[in-house]
Design a protein around this ligand. Structure first.
Ligand code: GLU
Length: 496
């Protein structure tokens, strides 16, 4: 991009931040950064009824988590503030009045009851429901008089009755509609607050926004936004409507219940959950970047800097993108493996601490290389590696019975293995593997039976990091203690 772009992310604080918003914010950020422009955060909170307390804070912390820091916004300020629409009420009123005076908008005094009747009649006559333009031709003098008398009113845009309107979407090209099919949309509500249509257009102009990147739910009213810019005589931004996300199970928005079910499976469409579920922001960025954009047909690993370098609006894909959580797992694995030992140790340490383990940093740094390949989410470190930090692990006695063997045969193995381990200088890979293999050879038991028993005794897990590496980290005294415990448990079983 040649000129510095000014791009805004303009969320309404109406709930949790989901993947769709995060993707929009990210594309905004990328365009701004790669062109040396600005990324603006604007809070669109004019709809008081839908306002959710705490949503703004959640939004900001979610964006910071992803590393999508803004240059201007309600908290950091900037030349074009205020950046919260609820603080810009007078600005919108001034521009609404300008439209009214120049004949592009009008005051409408129709009561909700009247509008309901109109709608019902249109329904009966199988007509498209819309405002019947009852107040469209009131004189401004009469309207001003009624307002003075305190009559409740809204402001509507005076959509041309004939002709066509063409607007241009960067991804989809020209979109042309018959004006006769459009409504006289409300642009200021009866409480005096501007609706999105007017507020966003005015702000985009005053904030010198060059690109509007937003969800395709705004396509139906896109012609209105073009008409508003033109009525003011303003240059339009580049309009980019992104593809919709399809929930994994099919079309439509995810219900509360579906979200809850998803969460039970360790998945979520909300940023705040993804963080606690052990996903890395780098992986989430990588995943959502590729839902609607690609560099080519094979490059899949991107961090934010790569994306700043390579992202381009020209390679956006307008087709709906299905949310695929196995891809998120895949990217999380890739980004976990991309971390240095030090970084990953810092990331997983809190999980152990929160679960009451005392963490020795040196030991943790030894564990990281042997579990790094195997983690899908960060919290996998718990079921996988807690045994390193426990004083004792107590496996279920039955789980110590080796495959296809009896309790007394397993006891025999456990006693033999204990003897071998006791005789060794240490339990490292170099010292322990060969003697164990010699034992397997001589005893006739299978490697899987012997190593399976040893693994269960030492880790109390069926799956673990590589056995000898793990034993080396745990150290000989603890390994011996755990083997003695296994012998004791098996003895109990075979005597029973
Ligand atoms: N406040 C609108 C929303 O949250 C913003 C749309 C836009 O980016 O213009 O959907």
């Amino acid at each position: 991009m040649k000129n510095p772009a000014r791009v805004r992310f303009a969320p309404s604080p109406t709930g949790h931040v989901h993947l769709g918003s995060a993707r929009t914010a990210m594309y905004d950020y990328l365009i701004a950064k790669q062109s040396g422009g600005q990324f603006v955060l604007r809070i669109e909170d004019t709809d008081q009824k839908r306002y959710v307390k705490g949503a703004e804070e959640e939004l900001m912390s979610g964006l910071h988590w992803l590393g999508l820091d803004w240059d201007e916004g309600p908290d950091v300020g900037g030349e074009y503030g205020p950046y919260r629409q609820s603080e810009r009420k007078e600005i919108y009123q001034k521009y609404a009045r300008q439209l009214i005076e120049q004949g592009d908008a009008y005051y409408c005094f129709c009561t909700p009851e009247r509008l309901k009747e109109v709608r019902e009649k249109q329904n009966q006559e199988k007509q498209q429901p819309r405002y019947d333009r009852h107040c469209r031709d009131l004189s401004l003098a009469e309207a001003d008089q009624r307002i003075k008398e305190g009559e409740s009113h809204v402001v509507r845009f005076k959509t041309p009755l004939t002709g066509k309107t063409t607007v241009h979407d960067y991804v989809r090209g020209d979109i042309t509609v018959d004006n006769a099919l459009l409504d006289d949309y409300i642009i200021v509500k009866s409480d005096g607050l501007a609706l999105y249509h007017l507020a966003a257009v005015v702000d985009d102009h005053l904030m010198k926004i060059t690109h509007v990147i937003r969800g395709s739910e705004w396509l139906p009213t896109f012609p209105l936004h073009g008409m508003l810019h033109r009525a003011f005589g303003w240059q339009e931004p580049v309009w980019v409507h992104l593809s919709v996300f399809l929930k994994p199970s099919g079309k439509g928005k995810m219900s509360k219940r579906e979200s809850a079910d998803l969460l039970k499976d360790g998945k979520s469409i909300f940023l705040k959950d993804l963080k606690t579920l052990g996903y890395l922001p780098e992986a989430v960025n990588n995943w959502i970047a590729l839902m609607g954009w690609s560099l080519d047909d094979h490059t899949e690993f991107f961090n934010l800097e790569d994306l700043v370098q390579h992202f381009s609006l020209d390679r956006l894909n307008p087709s709906p993108a299905a949310i695929n959580f196995s891809k998120l797992d895949h990217f999380n694995g890739l980004h976990i493996r991309n971390k240095s030992v030090e970084e990953l140790a810092t990331l997983i340490k809190p999980y152990f601490l929160q679960n009451g383990y005392e963490v020795d940093d040196e030991k943790l740094r030894k564990i990281v290389p042997i579990i790094q390949e195997r983690l899908v989410t960060l919290d996998d470190c718990l079921p996988f590696a807690s045994f390193f930090f426990k004083d004792e692990v107590v496996p279920e006695a039955e789980s110590l019975i080796a495959k296809k063997l009896t309790a007394s045969e397993s006891l025999k193995i456990a006693e033999d293995v204990l003897k071998i381990l006791e005789s060794l200088p240490d339990v490292s890979h170099e010292a322990a593997e060969q003697p164990m293999r010699d034992y397997i050879e001589a005893s006739g038991y299978k490697a899987g039976q012997v190593f399976g028993l040893l693994r269960t005794a030492v880790t109390a897990q069926e799956v673990s990091p590589p056995l000898f590496e793990s034993m080396e980290i745990i150290g000989k005294p603890t390994v011996i203690r755990r083997m003695e415990k296994a012998v004791e448990l098996l003895r109990g079983l075979s005597e029973a």
